[in-house]
Design a protein around this ligand. Structure first.
Ligand code: MLT
Length: 417
């Protein structure tokens, strides 16, 4: 019997996407290996997911928030979509004012994640913009542009037509300089996922000057800013003069306070940032994002925002510093171990990702398989982050210290190079 064909049209742009999203594909290959080797003790240093429990002061505030919901006097229903003032004020003063950057509470939009925000932001921008991403790149920026129909198809080499790729190589310390022609929207990520590179202040200044001259907008992903140890590196793009006129910034509680399973982040859209409509009339971007946010999002839950607020208490700040130190110690162990195994490594100093060059003649996915087979450690193939990531491999420093140590012992003993 012939099955009838439903004629409802799908979004064809989804059909342009290459394979699955990177991390589910890694999970699939890992499960396949596990099924064939049930006794294998697999160490997962692939996805950048935290492993330490929530800290005591965050947890206590979270509990108090839940208790507030149990009494009618303190119960909260829908909150402000943008976030509660108690959290917005802490963010404005401690994440920005304390660093000499100016951000107003009503320029902050609390959300459930930077992945969602960096993925959704494209909605408020029109067709026909020249959009640039770094290569290698966090795949969400690319895939969401494909889904929104802002690119053509994917070519043999892995580049989507119509998207501009700013190639970041070892020769440029995995950073990109502004080009000589005009881009409209530029995604920059520092500290960088996946390469672990950071943008020095002079380079960020160049980008801000470029964006102002060309009337472009920078989408600055600073989800890993807490990992910066070099005091000369900016944590926020708003530390650079003029950035309020040309940049949106994304921040997250996932990687500093371990909120990957709790979900809380925020996006800053200054009221001084403008784009233009089809008639060339200037329009405030803050009002557009506010409109989108209020229409499609009902705010992060009250207990979660109370937990996020606790990150800014004196105790909370100390606990976050300890978490970062813990993961950065892992990064040091991984870097040193890989180097002593004869591998060339990058990153892992101001970022929780270690980016290693695969041995000559071994591509990223072959190295993934070799790694899994020889040392039972899961990493992330660099080519999953774009064509310039081919020949590289990423390890995350977010594992537990014991497992990281064990992984490095295995690498030193069993990995053949
Ligand atoms: C990664 O491993 O790249 C992270 O999980 C990215 C993310 O936070 O979505």
């Amino acid at each position: 019997m012939l099955s009838s064909v439903i004629m409802t049209k799908i979004n064809d742009h989804y059909l342009k996407l290459r394979a699955g999203y990177l991390f589910p594909e890694i999970a699939r290959r890992t499960s396949q290996y596990k099924a064939a080797h049930p006794d294998a003790d697999i160490i997962r240093l692939g996805i950048g997911d935290v492993t330490r429990a929530l800290t005591p002061s965050v947890l206590a505030a979270f509990h108090r928030g839940v208790d507030d919901m149990a009494k009618e006097e303190t119960f909260r229903g829908y909150g402000p979509e943008q976030g509660y003032p108690f959290l917005l004020e802490k963010i404005a003063s401690q994440d920005f004012k304390s660093r000499g950057a100016h951000v107003e509470p009503d320029e902050i939009f609390v959300s459930d994640g930077s992945k969602c925000d960096t993925g959704n932001i494209i909605e408020i921008f029109g067709e026909g913009n020249v959009i640039a991403v770094q290569d290698p790149v966090y795949p969400v920026y690319v895939d969401t542009n494909v889904m929104a129909g802002r690119t053509g198809g994917c070519g043999e080499a892995g580049y989507y037509a119509g998207l501009r790729y700013l190639r970041c190589t070892a020769e440029t310390d995995f950073t990109a300089e502004p080009p000589s022609d005009k881009l409209d929207l530029i995604y920059l990520c520092s500290p960088n996922n996946p390469t672990g590179a950071v943008m020095p202040r002079p380079l960020l200044e160049k980008w801000v000057a470029y964006a102002r001259k060309n009337q472009s907008i920078i989408l600055f992903d600073a989800a890993y800013e807490a990992y910066i140890s070099d005091p000369s590196i900016p944590h926020s793009i708003y530390e650079i003069e003029g950035a309020r006129e040309c940049a949106i910034e994304f921040r997250s509680f996932s990687k500093n306070a371990g909120f990957t399973g709790v979900r809380c982040a925020y996006t800053v859209v200054p009221k001084t940032l403008h784009g233009c409509d089809a008639n060339g009339i200037s329009v405030g971007i803050n009002q557009l994002w506010n409109r989108r946010h209020c229409t499609k999002f009902n705010g992060v839950s009250y207990p979660v925002q109370r937990a996020a607020e606790a990150v800014y208490s004196e105790e909370g700040r100390r606990e976050v510093r300890e978490l970062i130190a813990y993961y950065m110690n892992n990064a040091r162990v991984i870097r040193a171990g890989l180097e002593s195994a004869g591998l060339k490594v990058f990153g892992g100093v101001n970022a929780p990702y270690i980016w290693l060059k695969t041995p000559a003649g071994i591509d990223s996915w072959s190295f993934f398989d070799k790694f899994l087979q020889e040392v039972q450690v899961v990493g992330t193939p660099g080519s999953g982050f774009g064509p310039a990531g081919e020949g590289y491999f990423r390890l995350s420093a977010f594992g537990s210290a014991d497992r990281v140590k064990e992984a490095i012992e295995r690498i030193k003993t069993n990995l053949t190079i």
